[in-house]
Design a binder for this molecule. Structure first.
Ligand SMILES: Nc1ncnc2c1ncn2[C@@H]1O[C@H](COP(=O)(O)OP(=O)(O)OP(=O)(O)O)[C@@H](O)[C@H]1O
Ligand SMILES: Nc1ncnc2c1ncn2[C@@H]1O[C@H](COP(=O)(O)OP(=O)(O)OP(=O)(O)O)[C@@H](O)[C@H]1O
Ligand SMILES: [Mg+2]
Ligand SMILES: [Mg+2]
Lengths: 256, 256
């Protein structure tokens, strides 16, 4: 039974999609069958791994509404151990439509039943909000990985996010735990990055990944080629950082 | 009667808040009374201008639900011509609660009745989604300013955003027009920035602001001091860029 990890933070542009794609690729290249779920209507994870969203048969949206089984929605990617549950534009309407459904927070959890036996890891890329799509991700997950950009505004939303995680854990998903806080876009040249990193490590002692993702141009170029950084530029600092993150995550699992 | 401009893009982290704060400050310093409305539950605009969100009497949320008049929610900032309609955590619940209200997209428009006569410009900072809060901003606005980060993923969401703007214009707000697309976080050292900028100018001929906001560390440092860049470092490239943007906006208005 695979470990389901929601990659979530309602602050926008902090590296959720970049982490989903590249951590997923690193786990797959290390031999662990991994499923990426794109729960963001923008579908950046889908295009970041080179999938054409206009030629998708069954979408996450149809599975959330129970119209199609999840197996039918899963497509292969360029990496043999990496699969994708693609998002499409119809997901935009889902936030409002889900409000009226029964067990609206558990739709993803139900859709995944039976699917996660095929994978060792399932990574869910969520949209930048605390709406019903992100609540579905948190309800279906065993752990939450919180990417945190090393900038001032990124600190602000953390309390709200942690409060939401606690609420989901109490009411909907007692299994939910924090996998860790991941510092992203760390810029060695600025004092601000160091200050934010120090503050986060002080507040979240013990839950911050040792691996820090540096701000590098190669990471922001890779998606325009539809490739994870590990295929686009395997020797880059970005690729190395995500490999190290995958190793750290695998260590967590063995320590239990 | 002031001009109401929604600053919107569902892609996260593209510079919506940074543009609201600093364009607002530049307009205010040029002598134009300006109101900033923080419609994002994260409340980054509020803290970016140094307002303590825990000591706010009346919030945007109460005004959206019609519980309080907007005049009571408006607070002064460090700049004499710049005022703020602060956001607070209770705004998180608004997205779901608004779904059940009548005229749910027009709540902000109604709350602003009579308020915008006091201001020449009203800038609305929206959250990174196309949910009911952003729809309220688009329904209350005369124009939409679209900040666009010069990166690959930022291009992806544009078609969805333009489709939503067209829908609002047809069904809810015939006045709505595109004020312009603003290129942000432009990094002269990378090819990617130049490629994205060229592609945007080709697609959106005539609606892209001539002013381009450069990626500068000073811009990301300013909010940690609760100050717009024009007060934090008035001679910086970021301050100069937002002054030029304000002039360009004012020119638009005189040309009509
Ligand atoms: N470490 C990094 N170095 C440089 N650029 C990065 C890095 N991580 C992400 N980026 C770029 O920064 C932008 C934001 O990252 P990304 O889209 O992954 O964030 P997100 O949290 O998924 O955004 P959203 O909130 O819109 O879903 C993207 O253009 C991405 O390519
Ligand atoms: N031109 C710039 N140069 C450098 N950093 C910038 C620039 N503009 C914004 N930033 C920083 O980038 C981050 C994202 O910007 P900002 O928060 O304004 O975007 P946003 O679109 O409002 O994000 P969200 O989608 O979460 O509301 C912030 O940490 C901000 O300080
Ligand atoms: Mg994303
Ligand atoms: Mg913002």
């Amino acid at each position: 039974m695979g470990r389901v990890i929601a990659i979530a933070n309602q602050k926008g542009g902090v590296g959720k999609t970049t982490t989903a794609i590249n951590l997923g690729a690193a786990l797959a290249l290390a031999g662990h069958p991994t499923l990426l779920i794109d729960l963001d209507p923008q579908g950046n994870t889908s295009s970041g791994v080179g999938i054409d969203k206009n030629h998708v048969d069954v979408t996450v949206y149809q599975c959330l509404l129970g119209l199609q089984p999840a197996e039918k929605a899963i497509v292969p990617t360029q990496l043999s151990n990496l699969y994708l549950f693609p998002a499409t534009v119809d997901l935009i309407g889902a936030e409002i439509e889900l409000v009226f459904l029964e067990e609206r927070e558990k739709r993803l959890c139900r859709a995944l039943n039976g699917v996660h036996d095929r994978f060792e890891y399932v990574l869910i890329d969520s949209p930048p909000s605390l709406g019903l799509l992100t609540l579905n991700a948190l309800t279906a997950a065993n752990g939450v990985l919180i990417p945190l950009q090393c900038e001032f505004f990124a600190l602000e939303g953390l309390t709200q996010l942690l409060r939401t995680i606690r609420r989901i854990k109490q009411n909907l998903n007692p299994d939910l735990s924090i996998e860790g806080v991941l510092l992203t876009m760390f810029d060695v040249r600025t004092l601000l990055s160091q200050q934010v990193a120090d503050e986060v490590r002080r507040h979240f002692e013990g839950t911050v990944f040792t691996t820090v993702i540096p701000r590098t141009v190669r990471l922001s170029e890779a998606p325009s080629h539809g490739l994870p950084i590990l295929l686009y530029d395997p020797r880059s600092r970005g690729a190395q950082a995500y490999r190290t993150l995958a190793e750290e995550l695998l260590d967590h699992a063995t320590q239990g």
